[in-house]
Design a protein around this ligand. Structure first.
Ligand code: 6R9
Length: 650
């Protein structure tokens, strides 16, 4: 890359924590000082929040970088920490999960009940021949059995590999083959957008390609007809008949806990491997710190799917290790109506919500009047994850969901980092809209230039992590060399995250999107995030995606795909006028260099299942190429619409 990223966007608003929240916060500013004085000692203190069967001998073995070992010699059981210890402490009757099915059916599951189900599933898996170290694939809808399956694997030391329910036969079979999984746990289907979707038939086709699979365990969720073969077993005939007595054995701190595949671009998915002690330490601590979780009074809701790392760390392992009461929701936010999420917040008096910018922007598009119909006064903390949150989306979230009273925590992290790395602390940080602010205590993040030198305040470049952290990935499953090449070779001795970032004049961090998405316009590196945020700051725009397309004069030119807000007239001449206005608005906000060559008004954008905009597909459209791999798209019809709009010049 020729130059580091331009640094265009200016944002001066700042929101200090409410005084009452700060006074009672789980974590105060002292944590930064403690961690700065003794980083490893700080992580030891956090590890002691868990229950260990055998204490560790040393905190970190970093003698063979980049292969880390945390809490060397320590032993613990993850499921014990998430369940048994709460039950043993007399909290068995506390609700662990309030589950809402999309059609409106509900289940309330206490810690004692969840513990019982996990013990039964652990016994059933053991009876099927699954032992510690074996891999189990999980391909499930958002039902409590998905969490039960993960915890049962953890309990017996089997390594789970959760694959998004809804990924294709190819995606599922490829992941099963890569990990040589022995068992698949699935369901007949789940409910999405008011209809039962089929999962079992996809598993059948995948298993036909996967000779390592010995058994398929099937939860009956929808009751739809399914084909039945020799390997198939019903969950209710095996797990629910198994003994609920099970004593959890401790495993080594470095025992493999799970593999989770990141889809990447077109390359083969990477099986990110996470282990036991360091992972649980960091997800448990960060959940306690970033969400200020008070287990006795909070009702926490992370809206992610269990198939995304956010579901692993902040639905299953973080919240349950902390004894939280949480919501789990099966369906989509617009079924049966667009106020569904806010109805759930009102019904359960949710206090902490953790969601993605894509959802916030969608809600902006649908209109302010929808959340206004519900009582959201129980909310006290709002979280965001998955993409940079545009400053105006942050402001909308704070105002229309958080009644201008709740701190917004924008949390930066990755599948690879396992847990949150950069985020405000809700009782400490005076947050700026759109900024993830500072590395958490015990984390050393930096922004460096092409040569790996830290940039000064006001500078931009590449986000790196300078020191190992407890929940870091340990390798790419079966491919140590690719682990080294992908993350540890760009800069000597540092983890390269693949994201662009800038450090503002106060030293706060702003994430600028994937470096692969950066546009090079007349010799200037311009981040997609900043142009998108400039577009979203216009009152007529709900959402925007920006890409660089080849241009004969400027090298690359900026092409923007923009979704107008619900009330905006964008047909015919009104649409033309809006486009002209938006081009000028970007030029005025960021400078003439960032003025888009072309703006298209669209109804939807291509997104992954976890809600990230797939800019590479938009680049294909902008350059009139045929589309690359679309298998991880949430809705593949979106691309047909956008491509036909482009051809007709709309
Ligand atoms: C947790 C998760 C990781 C990539 C990451 C970055 C983007 C996530 C972000 C963010 C800006 C945030 N990302 N959180 N960018 N601000 N708060 O999303 O994991 O699916 O592996 O994606 O997501 O680009 O590198 P994963």
């Amino acid at each position: 890359m020729s130059e580091t990223l331009e640094n265009l966007l200016q944002e001066n608003r700042q929101f200090p924590p409410p005084e009452a929240l700060a006074a009672e916060a789980n974590v105060t500013a002292a944590a930064y000082d403690e961690a700065a004085a003794d980083r490893l000692g700080f992580w030891e203190t956090q590890a002691r929040r868990l229950t260990w069967a055998t204490p560790w001998e040393s905190v970190l073995d970093w003698s063979k970088p980049p292969f880390a070992k945390w809490f060397v010699g320590g032993q613990l059981n993850v499921a014990y920490n998430c369940l048994d210890r709460h039950v043993e402490a007399g909290r068995g009757s506390k609700v662990a999960i309030h589950w809402e099915g999309e059609p409106g059916d509900t289940r309330t599951i206490t810690y004692a009940e969840l513990h019982r189900s996990v013990c039964q599933a652990a016994n059933a898996l053991t009876a099927l021949g699954v032992t510690a170290g074996d891999r189990v694939a999980i391909y499930m809808p958002m039902i409590p059995e998905a969490a039960v399956a993960m915890l049962a694997c953890a309990r017996i030391g089997a390594t789970h590999s959760v694959v998004f329910g809804g990924f294709s036969v190819d995606a599922l079979s490829g992941r099963i083959q890569d990990a040589s999984a022995k068992v698949v746990i699935t369901a007949d289907g789940g409910y999405r957008r008011g209809k039962p979707s089929g999962l079992k038939s996809i598993v059948d086709d995948a298993v036909a390609l996967c000779p390592t699979i010995e058994h398929v365990l099937v939860v009956r969720r929808t009751g739809q007809e399914v084909a039945w073969g020799d390997k198939d077993l019903w969950w209710h005939e095996t797990v629910e008949r198994a003994s609920p007595e099970h004593v959890a054995q401790p495993f080594d701190a470095e025992h493999p806990l799970f593999i989770l595949y990141t889809s990447g671009t077109t390359a083969k998915p990477k099986g990110i491997l996470h282990t036991t002690g360091g992972y649980l330490t960091q997800v448990s601590y960060t959940h306690h710190a970033v969400f200020d979780l008070k287990p006795d009074t909070d009702v926490y809701w992370c809206t992610a799917d269990i198939g995304w790392v956010t579901g692993h760390s902040y639905i299953v392992y973080g919240p349950l290790s902390n004894g939280a009461t949480q919501i789990m929701y099966e369906g989509t936010p617009d079924t049966p109506h667009k106020g569904r999420f806010w109805e759930i917040v009102e019904k359960y008096k949710v206090t902490i919500i953790y969601t993605a910018p894509t959802l916030i922007r969608t809600m902006m598009k649908w209109g302010d009047d929808i959340p206004a119909k519900f009582d959201l006064s129980s909310l006290r903390i709002l979280g965001s994850v998955g993409e940079p949150i545009n400053p105006e989306a942050w402001m909308w979230y704070r105002k229309h969901i958080g009644r201008d009273a709740c701190p917004v925590v924008d949390t930066w992290w990755q599948t690879e980092t396992g847990g949150v790395m950069i985020s405000p602390l809700p009782g400490v940080t005076a947050a700026k809209p759109g900024s993830a602010m500072s590395p958490l205590p015990g984390i050393s993040a930096d922004v460096v230039d092409d040569q790996g030198q830290s940039v000064p305040n006001g500078g931009g470049g590449y986000l790196v992590l300078r020191e190992p952290w407890p929940s870091m990935l340990r390798t790419i499953w079966g491919d140590d060399q690719r682990f080294i090449d992908t993350y540890w070779s760009r800069f000597e001795g540092m983890y390269f995250a693949g994201d662009g970032a800038k450090r503002d004049n106060d030293g706060h961090l702003w994430l600028l999107g994937r470096v692969d998405d950066v546009m090079l316009v007349s010799g200037h590196n311009i981040s997609t995030t900043e142009v998108e945020s400039a577009l979203v700051s216009h009152p007529s725009v709900a959402e925007a995606a920006v890409v660089g397309a080849t241009d004969p004069t400027t090298g690359q030119a900026i092409v923007a795909f923009t979704i107008p807000r619900g009330h905006v007239d964008s047909e015919g001449a009104a649409g033309e006028a809006l486009i002209a206005e938006l081009r000028n608005h970007v030029a005025k906000t960021l400078g003439p260099i960032a003025k888009p060559r072309q703006i298209m008004l669209v109804a939807e954008l291509p997104k992954t299942r976890s809600g990230k905009i797939m800019r590479r597909l938009l680049r294909d459209v902008a350059e009139n190429r045929s589309l690359g791999d679309v298998t991880t798209l949430q809705d593949s019809t979106v691309m047909d619409l956008i491509a036909s709009g482009m051809k007709s010049g709309k």
